[in-house]
Design a protein around this ligand. Sequence first.
Ligand code: G3I
Length: 354
Amino acid sequence: MRTMIKTASAVFLLAASWCAAQSLREAADRAGILLGAAVNVRHLTEPAYTSTLAREFNMVEPEDAMKWRDIHPAEKTFDFGPADRIVEFAQNHGMKVRGHTLLWATHNPEWLTQGKYTREQLSVLLHDHINEVVGHYRGRVFAWDVVNEAFEEHGWLRKSIWYDQPGIGAGKHTDYIAQAFRWAHQADPSALLFYNDAEIEQVDRKSNAVYKMAKRFKQRGVPIDGIGMQMHVLHGAPNIASIATNIARFTKLGLQVHITELDVALPVDGEGKASNPSDLQRQAEIYREISRVCLQNPRCTALQTWGFTDKYSWIGWETHRTKGAALLFDSQYQPKPSYDAIKQALMQWPRRQR
Ligand code: G3I
């Protein structure tokens, strides 16, 4: 009897250590889901940053390097260098690359926003930009956030140079967005094309507006493949049942869903550490539930965090250092409870085909 107990506990310990030995990346590969992180090229010279990234993730997305201001700094100049370094890093480590983003109201260069271009000129500029950037990464970037954050909170279209100030003159309402998708498709017919937005995870007025657009696009043959739900959790806890319903209605249209910018902000002390250590557990549960809600829908094909170490995150900058500690690794690259929670969710999930 004692031998049996000993053997059973040895097997258990072996299994537990096997589970513990798995990286997130191995767990994600096993579950058949893409697990990504937004990456800043400045940190690719830091060994702890690169080794953690390559070990733990099977997908990357440049946090800023593919945005207009970075990649198209002057009218006739494209600067692909920083984004190329991220893409090369991904290729060297067998990781997929999501591209972000081709059309956004902000992070545009001054030459563009102050240029007083006519609708016709803007239209040519946007077409050429999409053609050049998507063409440059053809076959290397598998999915693009073609358009980012085109809607306001209540479901109205956001004012921007592309839509109405003066707009590219592509017709009414969301037609300018459809036009961007068509141009992206022409530049790389094999890339998956996503509409990406913040606070469209739950069923509400904003996600209803995006849903209506996506449905219309599918009916009219606009080449859209998916919806990116950013999932920045800055306050409180998300309504998981509503997220599940929302993901389901988009995937029923024949679209994929990617969770694209997940982070869960906590109140922090002067050193950027969670002021209340019990918050780390609450954070882990949110990460666990969001992972599960994606895993449970086979058309939710990617889960990505907006950065991966608390050393570098937009949250501190955004909240004047009152919040932070939002990611899976602390600022010393040590895994947090949230890391274990995602890993467990992935390990417990039956493998699916990618
Ligand atoms: O950290 C520096 C700070 O040291 C410096 O004093 C300050 C001066 O402006 O800049 C700070 O860097 C800023 C950085 O955010 C901090 O994270 C950059 O100026 C600013 O341009 C940069 O903004 C980026 C932002 O998009 C605008 O493009 C963030 O890197 C990036 O995380 C954020 O990402 C967006 C997604 O693209 C779309 N969804 C929302 C998401 C979060 O805002």
